[in-house]
Design a protein around this ligand. Sequence first.
Ligand code: ADP
Ligand code: MG
Length: 259
Amino acid sequence: MSTAPASGEPLIRVVDLRKSYVLGDVTVHALRGVDMEIGAGSFVAIVGASGSGKSTFMNILGLLDRPSGGRYFLEGQDVSGFDRDRRAILRNRKIGFVFQNFNLLPRTSALENVELPLLYDGHARSGEDRHRKALGLLQAVGLGERAHHTPNQLSGGQQQRVAIARALVNDPEILLADEPTGNLDSRTSVEIMEILQRLNREKRITIILITHEHDIAEYGQRVVAFRDGRVVSDRAVESRRDAAAELAALPALQEEAAV
Ligand code: ADP
Ligand code: MG
């Protein structure tokens, strides 16, 4: 299956995207016709009140779900009608996810959590190879020393860093993060944003960040606001925040105590 982008096509393009959920006699219109283009290598923040359709939108972009109407073109290919299996293949190859609640397996080391997606990626890798890849990613997010800790031995910020390493293990082009700082204090949130900005800048990973916090959205290049399943504004961020610079300006913190 060729996925080479048609010339001039953005990485992501959605046209009149709609999603309805039918619950008994009630139909919830979660997306009511969204048009958007997202270029490769960009960093877009999606904001909006609870219930405005942000997660529904992310689930469709992430090929976890299918639209009820409209079109989704990924690298120029219309994927709107892809069945579960075709979506899974494409998703595993192109998309990484980070969630508010980390979604790590308990009683499983950080290293094993990061390695796990490699078991399903269809390439036969040796255990040693998986190990090396996962450890490298944990080191990149500053957790090399804690590779053998389980989630309950890690702070929230550390667990989210493990989740980011896991999201990167199949070398995705797109990282979708749904409220990744929703359960974190403000300093830890800046640390997570520093990692996302670095991945975007250095690895050219396209980042789509969902947040209801407007100050967090300002780490992106562009902010798209949803209301009632529609885009109500789409603007470039004028003075973008720089998480690395903010961290450098914060007073040094003592090494986090082991939990
Ligand atoms: P947000 O992430 O912005 O809070 P969601 O996309 O989760 O918004 O939800 C948008 C609307 O769709 C809400 O009214 C929500 O209740 C509804 N909704 C979301 N997921 C489902 C589902 N699986 N079944 C039924 N309704 C849903
Ligand atoms: Mg949501």
